[in-house]
Design a protein around this ligand. Structure first.
Ligand code: ARG
Length: 437
């Protein structure tokens, strides 16, 4: 490992201790590296505007940061155990290329605000992607809801046959759910859209830093004002962001559960796209729904991350090295969660339904509620109607699913899914998405 940034000369660093402290930072920092470079350039420009770096120094630093970005993108530069972390790698690169000028980049900043700003930029991108994916899933569900609005299927409560429903109503439910989830992503985005750069180690610094300038340059909508709160917000905001991710993944899990049940041979309602199934290593006859099952496991990943964060955050004010342990869980949960969520739009498009099987699963007793409500609408007290129909369950055989469905006219009911309202909301949310610089 290269000499740590805090090396003052003279002290012998113990390799095992150094490794323990660096932990897996150098690997995790690969995710946030480009954001760290971007924020470093903004910091250097800010130092220029504050009169601390000369124009030429700013130009050199920004140019070398650009070269590092390019080398990274082309795979010519790798973050590995030559470095303590990504922050050290950036300064190391600048110093190797620019000598004294490179050594100036850390003027007025601490790794404490450096890591905060890089992680926030990364999280902002993740939340924007989360929102976009939720809206994408919602749009696909809405399209399928439109196409299947009249396709009857059983509606269950307690996993028992209850009343006739439609495939359109099934998809409409997820269309609306993912609109909510997109809003949650958006709320989390808005919460962390504040610039912590310039708060240094947590107590400001004795320089007239252009915090407003770096805020604009990095595309944050506001400055995170308090340096102490900047540190205290670490992990807390990650928990909030994970909460938004979990909202979406809870709906993914429910969808995955439904599809698992629908694809059981005994129900036979649905068939998954072949690409979303796998074979068995021993049973030649099997196609297994591994993808939906792993989608179902995603909230577990997020809950694990939240537990890890929650346990880490029992800290007094200010920076503590414990906070480093907030990074891994968030990176892993978003990585895995968004990877899974990205598979959902195609799943929605391509899952096939067997309309005849779904219709055959409707039994006449499922019209009992319709009959009781009809009697009540004609004036019989509902409780009496209920009891009467319970005695006459064998007399409902002449009804059709269509008749039942077409009578469900109140908003959201099977004859009036309100898809246009969902469509309006989708259009509004698509139009209001944040533009990341
Ligand atoms: N890897 C560290 C973290 O994530 C960077 C900040 C180190 N700061 C310090 N004062 N040792 O927290």
């Amino acid at each position: 490992m290269s000499k740590p940034l805090w090396d003052k000369g003279g002290d012998e660093a113990d390799a095992a201790v150094q490794r323990f402290c660096a932990a897996d930072d150098v690997v995790l920092d690969r995710e946030i590296f480009l954001f760290d470079i971007e924020a470093s350039a903004a910091h250097a420009r800010g130092l220029g505007r504050a009169g601390i770096l000369s124009e030429g120094e700013v130009r050199d630093i920004v140019r070398e940061l650009g070269a590092l970005t390019e080398a990274w993108r082309e795979g010519r530069f790798m973050l590995d155990d030559r470095f303590e972390d990504g922050h050290s790698a950036i300064e190391d690169h600048l110093t190797a290329k620019l000598g004294d000028t490179g050594k100036k980049v850390h003027t007025g900043r601490s790794r404490n605000d450096q890591v905060l700003v890089a992680v926030r930029l990364w999280e902002r991108a993740q939340l924007a992607r989360l929102e976009a994916l939720c809206l994408e899933v919602s749009a696909r569900c809405l399209a399928r809801a439109r196409a299947t609005a009249g396709v009857p299927m059983p509606g269950y409560t307690h996993l028992q046959r209850a009343v006739p429903s439609t495939l359109g109503a099934f998809f409409a439910a997820f269309a609306e759910a993912f609109l909510d989830d997109a809003e949650s992503a958006r709320a989390a985005y808005a919460r962390l859209d504040a610039n912590p750069l310039g708060t240094a180690a947590g107590y400001g610094v004795n320089l007239p830093l252009d915090r407003a300038g770096t805020t604009t340059e990095l595309g944050f909508s506001r400055v995170l004002v308090s340096p102490i709160y900047a540190q205290n917000s670490r992990g807390k905001l990650e928990l909030y962001a994970l909460g938004a991710l979990e909202q979406a993944l809870l709906d993914v899990r429910r969808l995955a559960w439904d599809l698992s049940l629908f694809t059981m041979a005994e129900l036979g309602f649905a068939t998954l796209p072949t690409a979303y199934t796998t074979g068995s290593s021993i049973m030649p006859n099997k196609r297994n729904p591994d993808v939906v099952e792993l989608l179902r496991a995603l909230p577990g990943v997020v809950e694990g991350a939240r537990a890890e964060l929650g346990a880490t955050l029992s800290l007094p004010s200010g920076y503590h090295r414990d906070l480093q342990a907030t990074k891994g869980p968030v990176l892993r949960a978003f990585g895995r969660g968004l990877e899974g969520l990205a598979l959902v739009p195609t799943l929605i498009d391509e899952v096939r339904f067997d309309e005849a099987r779904m219709r055959a699963a409707l039994s006449p007793d499922m019209y009992a509620t319709d009959r009781a409500v009809e009697l009540a609408a004609a004036g019989l007290p509902f409780r009496d109607a209920y009891k009467q129909v319970a005695q006459e369950l064998d007399q409902l055989g002449d009804r059709s699913p269509e008749q039942s469905l077409q009578a469900r006219v109140s908003l959201g009911g099977m004859a009036n899914l309100g898809l246009e309202l969902l469509e309006e909301r989708l259009t509004a949310q698509l139009g209001a998405r944040p533009q990341i610089p």
